[in-house]
Each structure stands twice: as structure tokens, then as C-alpha cells.
Design a protein around this ligand. Sequence first.
Ligand code: KG4
Ligand code: ZN
Length: 340
Amino acid sequence: MEIEDIITLAIETSCDETSCAVLKGGREVLSNIISSQIEIHKKFGGVVPEVASRKHIESINLIIQQALDEANITFDDVDLIGVTQGPGLVGALLVGISSAKAIAYALNKPIIGVNHIEGHVCANYIDHKDLEPPFTSLIVSGGHTYLAQVKDYNEYELVGRTRDDAAGEAFDKVARSLGLSYPGGPLIDKLSKEGNPSAIDFPRVYLESDSYDFSFSGLKTAVLNYLNQAKQKGEEIVVKDVAASFQQAVIEVLVEKSIRLAKERESRKIVMAGGVAANEGLRNMMEQRGREENIEILYPSRVLCTDNAAMIGSAAYFNHIKGQISDYHLNVIPNLELKG
Ligand code: KG4
Ligand code: ZN
């Protein structure tokens, strides 16, 4: 069998999406079923871990079967099993890992534990068939914010990270303070298109001049203070202007640090990943700066930006061909870091 013909069954249950995908090689998606729990968690204003685990248990077998059916294969056709090992919610991750181990054991096929953040980066290999490392990557999700130099398919140099809130977390918290529902990122994105990004001068936090780290909690506090002061003074709050001004403050810093790193490393490509990479303002500004600096900007389609199993399948494949293998002792690591 050719290595590109390897069929991978991948499972992702790190947060509030139960997802299973089938891939051929590292880039061709035969199916990618995503069952979102967002409607259930919405009424609590965020993900409730216990509820998430229970919902994963209820739907995982169904989702796996759907993924096989849509790919038009059976378990017998599967060569490799990939599963998210971390980071994520411990109970939620356990559901995916247990299912994946059971399948691997029953089929006597190799299993690979995948780092969820690496999965986000690998979503780009699916949508950009010619993309190969090395490149600069901005990884912005609900739980993580990283700037990295991707040296090889499974080799990452972490250059910057958030010192407090993740970018997506900042979007969600600010959205909540504006009375918007969970998850707030897409809603702020939408409102920003109508609002004035220069209406309020929120702080751009660059930290030390040579630092590639991020900090978003001060910006979040600045928005809260602005809202409280406006309320106290009885001034009208124009939600779309607050949203647009906040978004502008976040994306300017994300874009400028990414461009600076790419230039410093003489990298001609910036590859974005994670839920916040779906943000239209971020995509537009990064593309504009990319044109000015002659740097190519890539990001996955919207559905592959947010959590899905196809990206986990791609990461499993590339780690597999680099010789990585897990065994049946594979366990969840809720605070798993991206390997440097
Ligand atoms: O990568 P992801 O699906 O899950 C994690 O691994 O955390 O990211 C979810 C995050 C949420 O914070 C959500 O608000 C944010 O991505 N997000 C967005 C957009 N779409 C999703 N943030 C800004 N603009 C968007 N269009
Ligand atoms: Zn994610």
C-alpha cells in the first residue's frame, strides 16, 4: 500500500464538539462529522465540563458510524486511529480516548495521540494541498494563543504565547459583557463590520519591544471599565462600536507580531489556525499587511478553523509517517503543551 493511501479514523472530543473524521493520507477528507453542543451550553454562558462529557458519551458511537458511512468504508478499511490527547477538558477528552483505544484494540491497528493545537495547524494541510513546512504560524483558539515557527510536520518552535487570556477567550468574555451569547467571537466579528473600529481607543498591548508574547486581560478590563463608566454617566453604549474597537485592538497586535516574526525569520508564509482564524477582520488585516510585506497569508476554511476531527486525522497521519506511535496506555493530558 502507498503511504498516501493510509486511511485514518480520527476522533476529537476536547471541548464542546463531538467529531469523527475519515482521511485518506494527510490531506484528503472522506468525511468530517461535527456535532456541536453549543446550543446546550449557551444557556450557561459557556461550556459546562460535566455536561460536555455526558453529551460526548451519548453521541460518540453515532458520530463514528456516521463518519464511516459518509466515507463509504467500514472499520475493516481503517489503517490508523488518531485521537485528541490534550489539551482540553479531562472528562471530555476521556470519552474520545476510550473510544479510540477500544477501536484500535479491536482492529489491532496503530493509535496515535494528537496534540489538539498541532491539529489546528494541520487543518491547513487539508485546505492548502501544496503547503509544507517551514512557515510561521499564528495559532489563536478559545484556549490558546501561540506564535510558532513550524520547522517540520511535527517540529514546532514556540516563540510567543499569551501570558493571560487566550485571544478567543477575550472575544468570548467581552461579548458576554456586551450581553451577547456564547460563543461571542463570531458575534463580535459580525457586529464589527457595522461598527467604527476607531470609535474607542482601547489599549494595544505589545509588552516588551522584543517580546512575541501576548496579553489580553488588560484590554478586557479596559472594555469593562469603559462600559461601567458609560453606564454610570448615563451615556449611550453603541455595542457595534465597542465590538469593532475591541476587535481592532486585538487583531492589530496579532497581525503586527506575526509579521515581525515572519520578517525576523525570513519566512515568506504566515499560516493562521484555530477558531479566531475564522475572524474576517483578522483575515483581512493580515492579508493587507502580507501584501505590503510580500508574505503569503494562509488560513483554513471556516469549518476547519474551529474544532473538528479532520484536523486531528491530518496531524495523526503526519506524525505516523514521521515514526510516532502511541500504545494502549495512551492517556489524556488536559494541559498538554505544543512540543518545542
Ligand atoms: O479553536 P476553537 O474552536 O476551540 C478551541 O480549541 O478553543 O476556538 C473557539 C474560539 C472561541 O473563543 C470563539 O469565540 C472563537 O474561537 N471564534 C471566533 C470566531 N469564530 C470562532 N473569534 C473571533 N471571530 C470569529 N469569527
Ligand atoms: Zn480548538
